[in-house]
Design a protein around this ligand. Structure first.
Ligand code: PSU
Ligand code: MN
Length: 304
């Protein structure tokens, strides 16, 4: 990656020099995934959690046409409170730079940047997936493609529950992305702690994921590992209750002709409205818990 495309914050510059562990954070969750001011409050809290756990948070966005690694608090505020921030996947990075935009990066776009910089751990809420009707709408999140072309560890709470879960797992299997589950027998589904899907790779502590990642590297396997960390019990929402709401939201999106990059933000918001903000509260909590786990992994990788 050419230096002229990137700008590092002072903190990230320092962390890189001191070889301090860094944890990457995406910005679409701030600009398109949560309402203001909860988005900004959460983003700043997540950064604090990462610092408390001995790492440097690196929130990534495009600021005035530069890939900014380590947004300042003011920039996070701007990303959360402005409605002109564009949602930027890997393919959109070049046009955002050319047009000097302020753009929020998705998980996939961040992985691209982090992989180029050799920063290994990314934390998010839920990754994108394969849509439930992918056989007719071809909606497959670019997050999944990035997971299979980059070499990172992604800590999330599973895929977003309104995706086709089995379809997403199939895609990840085909593309050699290991899906592991942190201390649970079933696959967590974002707002829900457990599901009917049996976990295949159960990880008991963060050291295990580090070992697996290292073996991948020794093998020269350049694929990301997904670590699904179940939302804590007290914030977990019942899947049967959610399923009806999700299906309403999907119908609402169809009625409104929503598709492409607008779909995920629409559905996240619609589900939150239908649940009286319950899913938003869960979203906030799950990302904080993922930040804790991601920091442990990044710290462990660094001191190894
Ligand atoms: N996780 C959340 N909320 C979000 C997202 C993830 O809890 O808003 C964002 C991430 O940036 C992810 C993106 O990369 O949604 C996926 O969008 P799509 O489904 O359009 O690929
Ligand atoms: Mn999509």
């Amino acid at each position: 990656m050419e230096k002229e495309l990137i700008e590092f914050s002072k903190n990230i510059e320092k962390a890189l020099m001191e070889r301090k562990p860094i944890v990457g954070l995406e910005t679409t969750i701030i600009s398109h995934g949560m309402p203001y001011p909860e988005n900004v409050k959460t983003a700043l809290e997540v950064e604090e959690i990462i610092k408390e756990n001995g790492c440097e948070p690196m929130t990534i966005g495009i600021v005035n046409g530069k890939i900014k690694c380590g947004l300042t608090n003011n920039e996070i505020e701007m990303f959360g409170s402005t409605d002109t921030i564009t949602k930027c996947t890997e393919r959109d990075i070049s046009s955002s730079i050319k047009n000097k935009l302020n753009s929020a990066l998705t998980v996939g776009a961040c992985l691209y940047v982090m992989d180029k910089l050799g920063i290994e751990v990314l934390v998010t809420g839920g990754i994108g997936g394969v849509s439930r009707s992918a056989f007719k709408d071809y909606d497959v999140s670019a997050d999944l493609v990035a997971l299979s072309s980059c070499n990172n560890i992604v800590v999330c709470s599973g895929m977003k529950a309104f995706m086709g879960i089995k379809e997403t797992l199939e895609y990840l299997e085909t593309n050699s992305v290991l899906v592991s589950v942190y201390n649970s027998d079933t696959l967590p589904l974002f707002y829900s702690r457990s599901s009917q899907i049996k976990a295949e790779n159960i990880i008991k502590d963060h050291k295990e994921i580090i070992d697996i990642y290292k073996i991948n590297n020794q093998m020269g396997l350049r694929k990301s590992i997904l670590l699904c960390n179940p939302i804590e019990e007290e914030y977990s929402i019942d899947l049967t209750y959610l399923e009806e709401i999700i299906s309403n939201s999907i119908t609402n999106s169809e009625k409104n002709g929503i598709f492409g990059k607008d779909l995920t933000p629409f559905i996240l918001n619609d589900i939150s409205m239908q649940t009286g903000g319950k899913t938003l509260a869960s979203n906030v909590e799950l990302i904080k818990s993922n930040a804790k786990l991601g920091s442990k992994i990044s710290f462990g990788l660094c001191s190894n």
